[in-house]
Ligand binder design. Structure first.
Ligand SMILES: Cc1ncc(COP(=O)(O)O)c(C=O)c1O
Length: 424
């Protein structure tokens, strides 16, 4: 069956033909290609078209698609252990790895997605502090948990959804919305509600309004305010973990979070999430403490094997971050130079292997408001141009492009060559 035939048929059985809204490409006015296979950074659709991939499954495929060692680890484990719902040594290996390698992580709990990790971290913060409210930031996305779907980024922003149906007011009455990189506004929230704030959750390098990095002083102020008012600081590193640097976004700041969430890269492409942090907080989780959180598939052996294999490769080859930075810089500079020559207004934000080309005259882009100033029609033209020339890039202005260990200078040259042909 062709891309179109499969997608048309899929719409009969799955809402919009997809299992996650952004995949439907609705704002781009086309149906998406239907993917069949991937190796390295080349992915192929059902019509036989090839694309150089800058989406990488929305971040996880840091080592490229179907890395041989990871594939072997998955094949081998699935001969003997698919699921038990009981402890395994693989969970020990993976949890020990994270606690030894990541700063400020003394204990972890595995779950099956980023959403589960962030919503469980919030429950734990509430259980630990005995407080109810949380502060999240406009433009940040922490998954589809009810309490987070207030001024959320990613697909919620792309689809222009003001609020989300199906969420009782009671579920969001404890969600306070902060302004990213605005210390004074957050200070005012604490002054008004400080007695009842359980946690501040933030993407320290946001990827879900496009890439926007938190400013040092802003993050430091969050730490001071959390300490002053007895609230926990949660870094959501679902996207940035093992991506912007080996030790993640927290290594870019001089601040210790209380809890951290990871997903995406740590599962090597399989469904995985984890939250972790200080022992005394983590020990509030059931069965030791009163915060109940559970999962039939949590810590699944096949997922753990894929994760361990991926993380070990990364640990042993940390020069990949230099490589990614180098090609990232080449891509960023190249795009900026071509845009200058062509008189296209844009600002490129990049942190390591996360990058967004914002079609705006605002420079810098440092907030959700800046991101929203972008020319979405121009973005759409750019997206369609790149896709038609064989580049898989995010179909939204409010997402990050990703670079992998196996992108080469040649892939970047090809991207720039195609971008040069873009008629704005
Ligand atoms: C920062 C961040 N947190 C949480 C999530 C939710 O993760 P998942 O889609 O695995 O539920 C995402 C997803 O993109 C994310 O980028």
């Amino acid at each position: 069956m062709s891309n179109q035939e499969i997608f048309d048929e899929s719409k009969k059985y799955m809402p919009g033909g997809v299992n996650s809204p952004v995949r439907a490409y609705r704002d781009m006015g086309i149906d998406p290609p239907v993917m069949k296979s991937g190796k390295g950074v080349i992915i192929k659709d059902e019509d036989g078209n090839e694309y150089i991939d800058f989406v990488l499954a929305w971040g996880p495929m840091l080592l490229g698609h179907c890395n041989e060692e990871v594939v072997t680890a998955i094949k081998e484990i699935s001969e003997s252990a698919i699921a038990f719902g009981a402890p395994t040594e693989l969970e020990l290996q993976m949890s020990r790895f994270l606690c030894e390698e990541m700063d400020n992580v003394e204990m972890v709990r595995f779950v099956n997605s980023g959403t589960e990790a962030t919503m469980s971290a919030i429950k734990l913060a509430r259980g630990y502090t005995g407080k109810n409210k949380i502060i999240k930031f406009a433009g940040c996305y922490h998954g589809h948990f009810d309490g987070f779907l207030v001024e959320a980024g990613s697909g919620v922003l792309t689809e222009g959804i003001a609020g989300c149906l199906g969420i009782p007011n009671d579920s969001i009455k404890n969600t306070l919305v902060g302004v990213y990189n605005d210390m004074e506004q957050v200070r005012r929230l604490f002054e008004a509600y400080g007695d009842d704030i359980a946690a501040v959750i933030i993407e320290p390098v946001a990827g879900n309004m496009g890439v926007v990095k938190a400013e040092d002083q802003f993050i430091e102020t969050l730490r001071v305010l959390c300490d002053e008012y007895g609230s926990l600081l949660i870094f959501d590193e679902v996207m940035s973990g093992f991506r912007v640097a080996y030790k993640g976004a927290q290594s870019l700041f001089n601040v210790k979070p209380d809890l951290i969430t990871y997903a995406k890269i740590i599962g090597g492409g399989l469904p995985c999430g984890v939250y972790g942090g200080r022992r005394e907080i983590m020990e509030k989780l059931s069965p030791l403490g009163g915060v109940y959180q559970a999962g039939t598939m949590s810590g699944n052996p096949v997922v753990m094997a894929a994760g361990i294999s991926t993380l070990n490769i990364i640990k042993e080859n940390q020069e990949i971050y230099n490589h990614i930075n180098k090609i990232g810089e080449k891509l960023q500079k190249g795009i900026e130079e071509i845009a200058r020559e062509k008189g296209i207004n844009l600002t490129v934000n990049r942190v390591g292997g996360m990058m967004t080309v914002f079609f705006t005259d605002r420079n810098p882009v440092r907030s959700y408001d800046d991101a929203k100033s972008c020319d979405l029609e121009m973005f759409k033209k750019y997206f369609l141009h790149m896709l038609n020339n064989g580049f898989n890039i995010p179909q939204s202005q409010f997402e990050s492009m990703f670079l992998s260990a196996v992108h080469t200078e040649e892939h970047i040259d090809k991207f720039l060559e195609a971008f040069r042909q873009f008629e704005a």
